[in-house]
Design a binder for this molecule. Sequence first.
Ligand SMILES: [Zn+2]
Length: 412
Amino acid sequence: MTTNIRIDGSRLWDSLMELAKIGATEKGGVCRLALTDLDRQARDLFQTWCTRAGCTMSVDKMGNIFARRPGRDNSLPPVMTGSHIDTQPSGGKFDGNYGVMAGLEVIRTLNDFNYETARPIEVVVWTNEEGSRFAPAMTASGVFAGVFDLDYGLSRKDVDGKTMGEELKRIGYAGEIQCGGRPIAAFFEAHIEQGPILEAEGKTIGVVKGVQGIRWYEVTVTGQEAHAGPTPMKRRKDALVGVARMVGEVNRIGLANLPNACATVGMAQVSPNSRNVIPGKVFFTVDLRHPDADTLAAMGAELEARCKAICAEGGLSLDFKEIWYSPPVKFAPECTGAVQQATDALGYASREIISGAGHDAVYMSRVAPTAMVFVPCENGISHNEIENATRDDLAAGCDVLLRAMVERANAA
Ligand SMILES: [Zn+2]
């Protein structure tokens, strides 16, 4: 690829800021939950921009939107990039949105330079990546990749009982075309790191080699409710006391498997949650992560064993369920290689990195050679209204994306 082709960093930034107005919050973030009216507005804007850039648009049965720029040989599978434009309730301007706008900027740049790739290029908006309105996360890329079937995807419900299928129809994004089942030559996703490593080390580009495995657990511990006054300490079956020890175990297991492990209890519900009643029941969640599948499985097994032992000691009963497992992912060498090559050619400081968060690229890696490009974000903060990234870093990541995509789009 000729060395003078560069993306327009200001145009990329301006598009991101324009998109961030839809669902903008007072603290500078974005609240744009999947398949709401705001999501529809953002989708419409994306389609308008892509159509203006000469793309052919299509929408599949999960509401995934594809913008296609033709190549020299349109019988070849496309090189695809993209991410999501749904956000957390108090989300930022860059999570997901950057990957979609970077894809659009790649297309705009190729147009500016009249550059024709051998394969077609596509930019995708995946439906409901965040999972905050409809669980699980990454629903529609999961259906595309055959991880979930279509009926499962469409029947996911929000807290009001509305299904994804109904809401897709309501906002006009229940497409006709089949979700997935077609070959993709390569998939790239540009994303903010959502962690502090690149910024701390002064690196502009993270060449993402893979994604941590994740195991989610739901644990219910049952003891016995009783009056906080007349019930002697030694006769109690206090569920919260047991759970407090379990939370300590989760943290200990995380620390014992450093440097790569993460272990979190993010939610706990005490019942009856009354100050003078001994807690009879506690529900809590556990999120365990590690890039090595065996280590991750061992962490989960150890936690379950410790929870059982704690319950036995405290006269408590235990319901310990694993509700989700996302295996560790290793990205395709030809794609991570293209990202590294592009980064080196452009002279950016980089490091290899493992993603701590789930992304649509995780599921795409099951059906297409895949890689991700990370750029730093301020203080590593994401899923927060104050999420921030610099114009220069975002532009750098987009230039890397452009080169990596063009390399793959012209590869034999
Ligand atoms: Zn994201």
